[in-house]
Design a protein. Structure first.
Ligand code: NAD
Length: 337
């Protein structure tokens, strides 16, 4: 059993904790929270041991009627691996704590790649992560682009990748984000940080990315153009992509015209929180013009890095091969169902 602690129990942390609980080879030691709020309450209801991330605030948990199992240092001590899902920048500050306890840790995409030994996408570089001390599961957009690039580059060779990322203004629970009535070039200069971030996974891929932020919360949408070394048919591309376990090629028969219906589909299917762990790419959007491939894909930013975090835990302890870990994670989460 791999004993895992989750430090930072927000959008990503609570989903990763639920995912860990479903794995047969992992034990969730507990979750560290900064304060008692609705997420602390539901964590306690689920039976997740609570740890105080800020010792001076420990009394607030007891005052709110929540039992504490200890402080974050205890969680780090008791865990074989820590998943740090704290806000951008906090993860880097926490690294000295993990190093002091000799506990390997997984940071998230908001951290700089320079902070860690490896940036991680399971299907691309699992083996490089084995035995590392610090890993970074790259951001939702970088994960989404990497999952798409990997099979296409392997099969057909990508000469040049270009992607425009239409980014959600904030997650559904983020009341302080925006814009609420605008369309922002974000950033206005080329490139957005996503292209260089993809190169932490695929150093040799030539990629330019642009970002636009819009008043939406559900998902991101990528408009992708890949110049390939050959000119496969649309059917061959669709077939290749539909065989990738973390890509969902949306068939036209489902009449899903955008991100709202994708999320509705996930909720109707009984997915927890309506989560879409896979890239969702529209089969009808796949087009070839000469050697140029075009398509649209959507990324559920709150969910798509969850399977990568689970695989990253196994990679850190060298517990299974990439293929074994991906298959087990998919099976236990319920991907492709
Ligand atoms: P979030 O704000 O929803 O959750 C972060 C949690 O950490 C909150 O509960 C916060 O109270 C807690 N926290 C703050 N300081 C802490 C500390 N010192 N110790 C322990 N906990 C602390 O943030 P999020 O969206 O889950 O993002 C977490 C990381 O994941 C970031 O690096 C982000 O860039 C990355 N990420 C976010 C998304 C997304 O769309 N939400 C997608 C992919 C990656």
């Amino acid at each position: 059993m791999i004993r895992v602690g989750v430090n930072g129990y927000g959008t990503i942390g609570k989903r990763v904790a639920d995912g860990i609980r479903l794995q047969p080879d992992m034990q969730l030691i507990g979750v560290a929270k900064t304060r008692p709020n609705f997420e602390a309450e539901t964590a306690a209801q689920k039976g997740y041991p609570l740890y105080s991330a800020i010792p001076e605030r420990s009394h607030q948990f007891t005052e709110a009627g929540l039992d504490l199992h200890g402080e974050v240092t205890d969680l780090v001590d008791e865990s074989d691996v820590i998943v740090d899902a704290t806000p951008s920048g906090v993860g880097a500050e926490n690294c000295s704590l993990y190093e002091a306890h000799d506990t390997p840790a997984i940071l998230q995409g908001g951290e700089s790649p320079d902070t860690v030994d490896e940036s991680f996408v399971a299907q691309a570089n699992y083996d490089d992560a084995v035995g590392a001390d610090l890993l970074r599961v790259v951001s939702c957009n970088t994960t989404g682009l990497s999952r798409l690039l990997e099979p296409i580059d392997r099969e057909y060779g990508v000469d040049k990748a270009r992607a425009t990322l239409i980014r959600r203004g904030g997650d559904p629970g983020e009341t302080d984000r925006g814009p609420i009535n605008d369309i922002l070039p974000d950033p206005v200069t080329l490139p957005s940080h996503h292209g260089p971030d993809v190169q932490t996974i695929f150093p040799d891929v030539d990629i330019d990315t642009l970002g636009v932020t819009v008043p939406a919360t559900l998902m991101h949408l990528h408009s992708v153009n890949l110049t390939l070394e050959s000119a496969p048919s649309v059917a061959a591309i669709a077939d290749l992509l539909s065989r990738q376990s973390r890509l969902f090629v949306v068939p036209p028969e489902l009449s899903i015209d955008g991100t709202a219906k994708l999320k509705e589909f996930a909720k109707d299917a009984g997915r927890p929180r309506g989560d879409l762990w896979e890239n969702c790419l529209w089969e009808e959007s796949i087009a070839m013009e000469g050697n140029d491939l075009y398509l649209f894909q959507s990324i559920h930013q709150e969910a798509n890095v969850v399977p990568e975090n689970i695989d990253a835990i196994r990679a850190l302890v060298g517990h299974k091969t990439a293929a074994e870990s991906i298959a087990l994670t998919n099976d236990r989460l319920g991907l492709n169902t």
